[in-house]
Design a protein around this ligand. Structure first.
Ligand code: ADP
Ligand code: MG
Length: 356
């Protein structure tokens, strides 16, 4: 187990990067606590796999250093870093049995056979392949192969960290849930530092203590699920987390007064905004109150989503989403108010804190 520091990591795949756009990782500077369970969440292409491969040592960063418990490991291999990595696609030996596939990482490190047998059998049970131990891997289905791959990552209990790169993509939903609970249990038992990459926010929010959100080669926020929901640090996080995402309304800020078209709202603080910055007010659909008081809106569409309704309305020349209870009434002349404590102000896409 180890605390992992990434210091000013940048990475470009091409030989001679010409501009910032050529960098798959722009500037990643972050500490992963010893024993933390992290989810790394972000859209396809934002740099998640690149970052994981840099932590494990499969990839050398163009710039920056990696430290494990303060020791520089930038030049060390994955094996020397003592990291287990589970990939999106199965990495197994087709000609070996399930048992031997799982025993391989242990035998490789000269673990005594009795201990190998115990660990392998435990792992086989955990990944739900009991009864398949003597089967050749090539005769298994794609999701069984992926389970072996996962098992190979989990079979050792002496690693510095385990990195998972969307490992459950091909697994069916129920088994996904079972395996995810197993991972959580293992984490509690052994306290590995775990980094779990996914582009699925539900998966991220249920697995991790801390969610790391990546966007365009950068880490834009690290927080608990509640922090990401209530105080998104960047408009991307507001939009990406939650369904529907945060409403973002172009706003003019003057002291504690926010103008939205012809309406104004008074905040209980004064956001410090640099002159000329593009400012927006962010409010989650759950925190917009629809009723007979407040600012006028034009309702365009109502979607029933079971226990709630999503009202799509036009407000200040923009479209706004409002979540109302299933039995919530929509007045003939609808108006809205915002829960003041749920308002976030953004300047050039970054949140301007109350602290500022
Ligand atoms: P993610 O895992 O979040 O989908 P990746 O880390 O795979 O993102 O990719 C980040 C960026 O780097 C993308 O623009 C991708 O096209 C590029 N990229 C990834 N791998 C390579 C590679 N081997 N060679 C060149 N470009 C790559
Ligand atoms: Mg990837």
């Amino acid at each position: 187990m180890a605390r992992i520091n990434l210091e000013h990591i940048r990475h470009a795949y091409g030989e001679k990067p010409k501009s910032e756009a050529d960098y798959a990782l722009k500037e990643v500077h972050h500490e992963w606590n010893d024993g933390g369970a992290y989810a790394l969440l972000g859209p396809s292409g934002c740099g998640k796999t690149t970052l994981l491969n840099i932590i494990s040592g499969l990839l050398q960063p163009s710039e920056g250093r990696i430290l494990f418990d303060g020791r520089d490991v930038t030049e060390l291999s994955t094996q020397q870093r003592n990291i287990a990595q589970v990939f999106q696609f199965p990495v197994i030996y087709d000609t070996m049995t399930v048992y031997d596939n799982l025993a391989f990482p242990l035998r490789n490190r000269h673990v005594p056979e009795a201990e190998v047998d115990r660990r392998v059998r435990e792992t086989i049970d955990m990944i739900g392949l009991s009864g398949w131990a003597d089967r050749k891997a090539r005769r298994l289905t794609a999701d069984q192969k992926q389970k072996i791959s996962l098992g190979r990552g989990l079979v050792r209990n002496d690693v510095n960290a385990i990195l998972f790169d969307e490992p459950l993509t091909v697994i069916d939903p129920h088994m996904k849930w079972v395996l995810r609970s197993q991972l959580k249990k293992l984490h509690r038992q052994f306290g590995f530092t775990m980094v779990y990459v996914t582009h699925d926010q539900t998966e991220a929010l249920t697995f991790a203590d801390k969610v790391v959100v990546m966007y365009d080669g950068q880490i834009v926020q690290i927080g608990t699920p509640a922090e990401l929901f209530e105080r998104p640090s960047h408009t991307f996080v507001g939009y990406f987390i939650g369904s529907p995402g945060m409403n973002l309304l172009p706003a003019r800020i003057d002291g504690s007064t926010v103008s939205l078209g012809t309406d104004t709202i008074t905040l209980d603080y004064q956001p410090k905004v640099a002159a000329g910055a593009r400012t927006e007010l962010g409010i989650r659909p759950e925190f917009v109150r629809l009723g007979r008081e407040g600012m006028h809106v034009h309702v365009r569409k109502v979607e029933d989503i079971g226990r709630q309704k999503i009202v799509r309305a036009e407000f200040a020349g923009k479209s706004i989403a409002i979540v109302v209870p299933e039995d919530g009434e929509i007045p003939a002349e609808p108006r809205i108010t915002f829960d003041p404590s749920a308002i976030n102000i953004y300047a050039d896409s970054w949140r301007v804190g109350r602290e500022a």
